[in-house]
Design a protein around this ligand. Sequence first.
Ligand SMILES: [Fe+2]
Length: 381
Amino acid sequence: MTQHQPLTPAPYVWTAPPLGEATSAHPRFYTDPEVFKAEIAHIHLKHWFFAGRVEEVANPGDFKALETVGGPAALVRGQDGVLRAFANICRHRNSILLEGKGCAHSIVCPYHGWSYELDGTLAGAPGMREVPEFEKPPHGLLPIRMETWDGAIFLNFDDAAPPLSEHLGDLPELLGSHRFGDMRVTWQIEIETRCNWKLLLENAMESYHTGIVHAATVGAQKSMSFPTRGEWHCIQVQAGSSIAVLDGDPPFPPIAGLSEQSRKGTYFTLIEPTTQFACAQDTIWWLAVRPVAVDRSVLSVGGCFPRPYTELPDFEERAAPYYQRWEAVALEDVGILEKQQRALGSVMARPGPLSWRDDMVLAINRWVLSRLPAEVAATLT
Ligand SMILES: [Fe+2]
C-alpha cells in the first residue's frame, strides 16, 4: 500500500512483519524510565501537540494557561488581535505567571511584580533601574512555536521541526468537510491516569476492545483503516448515525455539507504523537494526552459542535448526552489501561501476538520506535 493513493478505507493497514509474526511491543516500552526520557527528548519536544481552540482565546487580552510536556505555557491574544504562545514563566526567577483562563490588560508576575505586555514585551521590572546595564528588551516572555489549523492550536518546542501543514499531510483533505473552523468547543475535562501515554493512544485507535470494555456503553464496533500521508493515522468506525451519543436518535443533525465518506461513520485519528480528533457526523471531540511519567499521563477530552448548534436555545440540554457519553467511555478506557499498566510491570510480562484488528497499535509502536535513538530501541527487542 503506497502512501499516495486516494483516501479510501482499506480492510486494515499493515506493515511488516507479516501478520502472524507481529507482536505487541516489549513491556519495557511502557515501563522503562529511560525509554520515557528518550521519548520526551526525541518525540514530544520535537513534534506538534494540541493545545486548544482559537475560540477559547477569542478577544484581545484573553489568555489560557496550560501544562505541556515542556512545562507551563500560555496562549495569549494581544491587543493587536494576534494569538501568541509563551512559556508561562517569569524572566526574573521563573515563577508561574498566569493561571487558568481569563482576560487581562497585562501579565503581572505574582512573585516580584515584573509585568509584561500581552505581546510578551517586558513592561516593568520593579527595582531593576539600579541594576547596572539592565535592559528590558532581552527579557520578554519566551515564545513557543505555535500554528493553527482550522481553529485547532498546536504547539511545538522544536523550532527546526517541519511546519504543521507538513505534519498533518492529507488530514485536512479527509476531515475538511467537518469544517473544524466553524466548530466551537463547549466542554472539556481532564483525567489523571496511572498509565503510559502510548496505551491511551493505542487504545483510542482500535475497536477490538469496544465490545468488551464498553459493553455497557458504546458496545462492539467495526472499523476500517485508511492509508494516510503525513504524521497521522486514521480509522473509521462504520455507523450510519453518530456514535457520539449512546441511545436513540442523535440530538443534532449531521453537519451540513459532510462528504460522502464522512457520512459513513466516525473517524478516529491519531496525529502523532499525542492528539486524537474523533469526527462523527454531528460533532468532533478530541483526546489529547500529556505524558507526565512513564506510568502517569493526563488525558484531556474536549467536545466541539458546529457554531449554529451552540446558538440553539436548548443547546445545553441537547449536548448533555454527548458529554456523559464521552466521560463514561473515557473512564472505561482509563480503567482497563491502568490494569494493563500494572500487568506490564510484571517480571512475567512479554510481547504477545497481534490480531489484524491491532493494525494501528503496530503502526503507532513502529512510529515511536523508529524515532528513538538506536541504542534505546535496541533495549526493546
Ligand atoms: Fe475504548
